[in-house]
Design a protein around this ligand. Structure first.
Ligand SMILES: NC(=O)c1ccc[n+]([C@@H]2O[C@H](COP(=O)([O-])OP(=O)(O)OC[C@H]3O[C@@H](n4cnc5c(N)ncnc54)[C@H](OP(=O)(O)O)[C@@H]3O)[C@@H](O)[C@H]2O)c1
Length: 292
């Protein structure tokens, strides 16, 4: 797009990185529809965005529910008119032992992190293509580029989202349209969001070998992929490309790298803490069932 978008849907805008990305878009004059489940969180983001003087609407939405996705796009179009930008930012992560996850949790991860972004893209694309204007930005992760123990569903869904982004971008370019698609791949993000929550809750800190970035850098990356029409941007403290190349060219080298305790086991203590939390919750449930 030659000029910046005028209207946008952003998912996961109730807290974390999404709230800050929304505010940065509001500062750039974008009319917004903010989506997530937590209405109070969305209202708080709206208050911050509205200071910049442009339209901001709150549409409480569970992106795991396909009917709510269709309603979100219909409501956004009714409130803002033609949609120029979709930021697929909503996401969930579970660090843990894969066999501890329930079938429902696995499905939920796929719905929120992968299926919802694809369904939303599908819903906004016809309007964008008809106007030859629009941008879809998908919030992937370094976890989608390189393997990470104790986060299988997260890594799998983010890898899927990244490849969806790359493929859609290739199709759009081949069709000669001005509609764009980009991905942003942050590493561990400080200052807001799920990693910042894990730091507080589990005392987890990313090892120096991996490092972390401040959330402001992710916000800047989102603006940059739009301004400069970039395919994808990795936002990580340390160079990640050698690790990605190792995974692609030599799985045995990747085995060796992930055999290093500082990398391969970095999430193990959090996985153990999550197992203990699950067991405690199951014991509480059982106790409440057996109580007269
Ligand atoms: N923080 C990091 O270190 C990091 C690194 C790489 C990538 N990312 C990605 O960045 C994105 C934002 O993450 P964050 O760190 O800001 O996480 P966060 O603070 O946990 O926020 C997640 C957002 O997603 C929304 N969400 C979750 N489930 C939803 C559902 N079923 N329907 C609608 N919205 C839902 C949440 O809103 P409600 O709970 O109100 O629904 C919330 O607004 C995610 O895609 C994440 O995977 C984060």
């Amino acid at each position: 797009m030659t000029d910046f978008p005028s209207t946008a849907i952003i998912t996961g805008a109730s807290r974390g990185m999404g709230a800050l990305i929304a505010e940065a878009l509001a500062k750039r004059g974008v009319g917004l529809v903010l989506a997530a489940r937590d209405a109070a969180g969305l209202e708080a983001t709206r208050d911050r965005c509205a200071r910049h003087g442009h339209a901001v609407h709150v549409v409480p939405t569970d992106v795991a529910d396909p009917r709510q996705l269709a309603a979100l796009v219909a409501t956004a179009t009714a409130r803002l008119g033609a949609l120029d930008l979709l930021v697929n930012n909503a996401g969930i992560e579970e660090v843990g032992f894969f066999e501890d996850m329930t079938p429902e949790e696995i499905e939920l991860h796929a719905r929120v992190n992968l299926i919802a972004p694809m369904q939303l893209a599908r819903a906004v694309l016809p309007g964008m293509l008809a106007r030859d204007r629009g941008h879809i930005v998908n919030m992937a992760s370094v976890a989608g580029l390189a393997p990470m123990g104790f986060g299988e569903t997260y890594g799998a869904t983010k890898a899927g989202l990244l490849n969806f982004s790359r493929s859609l971008r290739a199709s759009l370019r081949a069709r000669g349209t001005q509609v764009r698609c980009s991905a942003v791949c942050p590493g561990f993000v400080e200052g807001a969001g799920m990693y910042a929550d894990q730091q507080v809750r589990y005392g987890f800190n990313a090892p120096g070998l991996v490092g972390s970035v401040h959330v402001d850098e992710v916000v800047r990356a989102v603006l940059r992929v739009i301004d400069e029409d970039l395919p994808e941007v990795v936002v990580n403290d340390k160079p990640i490309k050698p690790l990605v190349m190792a995974g692609l060219t030599s799985p045995r080298l990747m085995d060796w790298i992930l055999g290093k305790p500082s990398l391969g086991r970095m999430l193990l203590p959090m996985a153990e803490a999550r197992r203990a939390e699950r067991q405690a919750a199951a014991a509480r449930d059982e106790e409440s069932l057996t109580k007269p």
